[in-house]
Design a protein around this ligand. Structure first.
Ligand code: NAG
Ligand code: NAG
Length: 449
């Protein structure tokens, strides 16, 4: 036979000749790129409920508008993703597995289980999504997602973008008490070390940018500040306020003789009734307002104050309010659906924020929603708040109940002040996500217009 006389080297050569293209055109692309299309593909990942991560949803929307293939990863268990994300053909949602600890399990054991289960589920999803161009990650949480994302990006030659909402270790530090707690230290080191794998960084404040470049030593040219913006449903009221106050969800809570056409004022604050928000300041200030009315100024306008939300300290605060005698001030506790809350904000005159921050580097989302609805905000002051609330322009700031009381007197008595603040808040309400997003992304050269 002729074939038998052919030297084995020829067979080897032939085998190699056939397998090299197979290796490089089939196996390697399969391993590194999976089923990617020709479109630009970005993974957007948050270790939290997608439905509770508005900023990540905005990112997904904005990239999808440009025709990118968006892979949105997060939990879908508790709260569904917004409808416009679910129905968007350019966005695919990948649910990650969440771990629910049994009652009474220790913090450390829960943490270990949680991290292990998250790791498996993230790696599974990333295997399907290999070959993406960009990986946009919300931080915190950073464990275990940040190290995994870094390795993925090195292997797939994908560019990592970290969106810094806060510092993971500072939140843990608040929970565990000390920076020198081993868990806090590990968390700090992970954020410190793996942040260097990212090509770009986004931050929610300028103070956070400064922190990252000074403490973490990240190059400031690659860090871009992208402020949060209010969601689309938060818009100023158009139309007749007296009529709007007659809507079913709110009518029963407005006292019959309350008159917004006169100078009566409606305040609103939303809270999760946790120890880091001292509602006592607000109740105290309203109490002083009562006294001022009784002792000095019978002409002080009436105040209706809505406190929305629920949380661990709610009962205590409700009791505290009940124990006092109120005459000029009326306080209502509400728990509203996510459809009714924006409608409530539209009806109010001023928002109050008692938020404080674990790192001192982030800004409260609820102020943005108030601005979006055109409400000036009276806010508890802390250093970075300057980046959002300008005193006497779009709001007022206070540090204790006396200052808050003074602010209340200002906005109820002084027509000029309230008009200036209203104008400032309306200007703020026109400042929306898409335009600031485009600016930041252009600066990082991710998109071109
Ligand atoms: C999806 O991408 C296409 C381009 O591939 C774009 O024309 C379209 O507007 C995008 N759709 C949405 C809902 O963003
Ligand atoms: C708003 O509606 C009320 C009652 O329907 C009416 O009395 C009032 O004049 C209206 N105000 C404006 C500014 O149209």
């Amino acid at each position: 036979m002729v074939l038998e006389s052919v030297s084995p080297y020829v067979w080897w050569g032939l085998g190699l000749y056939i397998s090299v293209p197979v290796l490089f055109y089939v196996v390697v692309p399969f391993l590194f790129y999976g089923d990617r299309a020709t479109k630009k593909r970005i993974i957007i990942c948050v270790l939290g409920d997608i439905g509770h991560s508005p900023r990540m949803c905005y990112h997904a929307q904005s990239f999808s508008n440009l025709g990118w293939q968006v892979e949105l990863c997060g939990y879908v268990s508790d709260e569904k993703a917004p409808a416009d994300i679910e129905s968007n053909p350019n966005i695919t949602i990948h649910g990650l597995t969440n771990y629910k600890a049994p009652e009474g399990q220790s913090f450390v054991k829960t943490a270990i289980w949680k991290v292990a289960i998250q790791m498996v589920s993230i790696v599974k999803v990333l295997w399907r999504l290999r070959g993406s161009d960009y990986f946009l990650l919300q931080n915190p949480p950073s464990i275990p997602i940040l190290p995994i994302a870094s390795i993925y990006c090195v292997l797939c030659r994908c560019k990592l973008i970290i969106d810094w909402h806060n510092l993971g270790f500072s939140i843990l530090q608040l929970k565990l008490g000390s920076f020198w707690n081993p868990l806090v230290l590990v968390s700090f080191l992970i954020e410190y070390a793996f942040s260097k794998f990212a090509t770009y960084h986004l931050t929610v404040t300028n103070a956070m940018k400064t922190y990252l470049s000074e403490t973490f030593g990240l190059p400031s040219g690659r860090i871009e500040v992208l402020y949060d913006r209010p969601a689309a449903q938060f818009r100023p009221l158009k139309g007749n306020r007296t009529e709007a106050l007659q809507q079913d969800f709110i009518r029963q809570y407005v006292p019959a003789d309350f008159d917004v056409k006169q100078s009566d004022r409606i305040l609103v604050t939303s809270t999760s009734f946790t120890p880091d928000e001292d509602l006592g300041i607000l109740i105290g200030a309203l109490k002083i307002y009562e006294n001022s009315h009784k002792k000095f100024d019978q002409a002080l306008p009436r105040i209706l104050c809505f406190i929305t939300g629920k949380g661990p300290l709610k009962q205590q605060i409700v009791e505290q309010v009940k124990a006092e005698k109120w005459d000029r001030v009326h306080i209502e506790f509400l728990w509203l659906s996510s459809d009714d809350y924006p409608k409530l904000l539209q009806l109010c005159d001023f928002g109050v924020s008692l938020h404080t921050s674990s790192s001192g580097l982030d800004l409260p989302m609820k102020i943005l929603d108030m601005f979006g609805s055109g409400l000036p905000v009276i806010a508890y002051n802390y250093p970075v708040l300057n980046e959002l609330v300008q005193h006497n322009v779009n709001g007022l700031k206070f540090l204790d109940r006396r200052e808050l009381h003074e602010a209340l007197i200002f906005v109820t008595k002084d027509k000029h002040v309230s008009e200036v603040l209203k104008t400032g808040a309306l200007t703020e309400s026109r400042n929306r996500w898409q335009s600031s997003w485009e600016k930041s992304m252009e600066k990082l050269s991710l998109i071109r217009r």
